[in-house]
Design a protein around this ligand. Structure first.
Ligand code: KG4
Ligand code: ZN
Length: 342
């Protein structure tokens, strides 16, 4: 690969309910990463309340940027470019980060790079903490499983910034399924970590919930599984039995992990991928991580837990490669509605 120009990027992420800023060097060495989570506020509503989220971003954005710079022992003059999440996400949340980034880029006369949030998740596997051991860099062609609150996709990545979307969810995203099933079971928001916790001492083989294999496609579907859990809970309630929350959580989690793991492995074989990459909030799931780490057919990249859920380090990594390959954005750029990238 040609040598890419070195650069220090300040990145901002505000697409949902985390206000985040990070400083990263050459797309990999993380100098600082600050995440102000609004999770406790939204937990009261059982999900993200968009208006509250954008107001909270307004309050947090300046202190978060200042903290990221001070943790990196740098000033704005030491930054080569600003990267910012352009979408997809909540418009009122995205705008706060976008305006902060545009304001800084204008005032400092530095380039600005709009980053797709999903591309950011994929690039989280390039990141390591500066000063710590440098992990192996992902090698192309790469089979990328992206599983977040809003998306579940299989993407073949043949080079930097180059994706072929093979399949996606036809209904609920994997994270969304975790969140909805958690709500059915009266578990707190966010659902993924709650289900994982309950599943730890549950019996994953007690309920044989359906797996939608959708053979012949690389798509996913989780709404049938969610409905099946709902019917099971309703039946148990009718019989006025106590709900075996732990066993339901474990059986549900196993059904999701089974499908995500097997389809990704099959896609990696079919497309001759060298390696597998797993990203997005659901990649924090212990059972999913164990499934991928337990196989020896492909080297697997899964980010550390702090980089699985939303953060700005991943936006800085993707932003660096966009910047280094000459994809600087216009100041007039607007929030970006959708993936895949054009
Ligand atoms: O990537 P992310 O932080 O935000 C989006 O871009 O959507 O993903 C959030 C999703 C939520 O649905 C959350 O329940 C899920 O990731 N999640 C998990 C776990 N931690 C977060 N799902 C399963 N197991 C986990 N440990
Ligand atoms: Zn995300």
């Amino acid at each position: 690969m040609t040598e890419l120009k070195p650069a220090r990027i300040l990145a901002i992420e505000s697409s949902c309910d985390e206000t985040a800023c990070a400083v990263i060097e050459n797309g990999r060495a993380l100098l600082s990463s600050v995440v102000a989570s609004q999770m406790e506020i939204h937990a009261r509503y059982g999900g993200v309340f968009p208006e509250v989220a954008s107001r909270q971003h307004v309050l947090s954005i300046i202190p978060v940027v200042q903290q990221a710079l001070s943790q990196a022992h740098l000033t704005l003059n030491d930054i080569d470019a600003i990267a910012v999440t352009q979408g997809p996400g909540l418009a009122g949340s995205l705008i706060v980060g976008m305006n902060m980034a545009k304001g800084m880029a204008l005032a400092l006369d530095k380039p600005i790079v709009g980053v797709n949030h999903l591309e950011g998740h994929i690039y989280s596997s390039w990141v390591y903490k500066a000063g710590e051991q440098v992990p192996a860099e992902p090698q192309f062609p790469l089979m990328a499983l992206l599983v977040s609150g809003g998306h579940s996709e299989l993407n073949l990545m043949t080079d930097h910034l180059t994706y072929q979307r093979l399949g996606a969810t036809l209904d609920d995203a994997a994270g969304e399924a975790f969140d909805k099933v958690a709500r059915l079971l009266d578990l707190p928001y966010p659902g993924g970590p709650s289900i994982q916790k309950e599943a730890e001492d549950g019996d994953p083989s007690r309920f044989n919930f359906p797996r939608a294999w959708l053979d012949g496609t690389w798509n996913f579907s989780f709404s049938g599984l969610k409905t099946s859990v709902l019917y099971e809970v309703q039946e148990l309630k009718k019989k006025s039995n106590a709900i075996p929350v732990k066993d339901i959580a474990a059986s549900f989690q196993r059904a999701v992990v089974d499908v995500l793991f097997k389809k990704t492995m099959n896609a990696a074989r079919e497309y001759g991928a060298k390696e597998i990459l797993v990203a997005g909030g659901v990649s924090a799931n212990r059972a999913l991580r164990q499934a991928f780490k337990g196989q020896e057919d492909f080297p697997v990249h899964i980010p550390p837990l702090s980089l699985c859920t939303d953060n700005a380090a991943m936006i800085g990594a993707a932003g660096y490669f966009r910047y280094a390959f000459g994809h600087v954005s216009e100041m007039e750029m607007d929030v970006l509605p959708a993936w895949p990238l054009s």
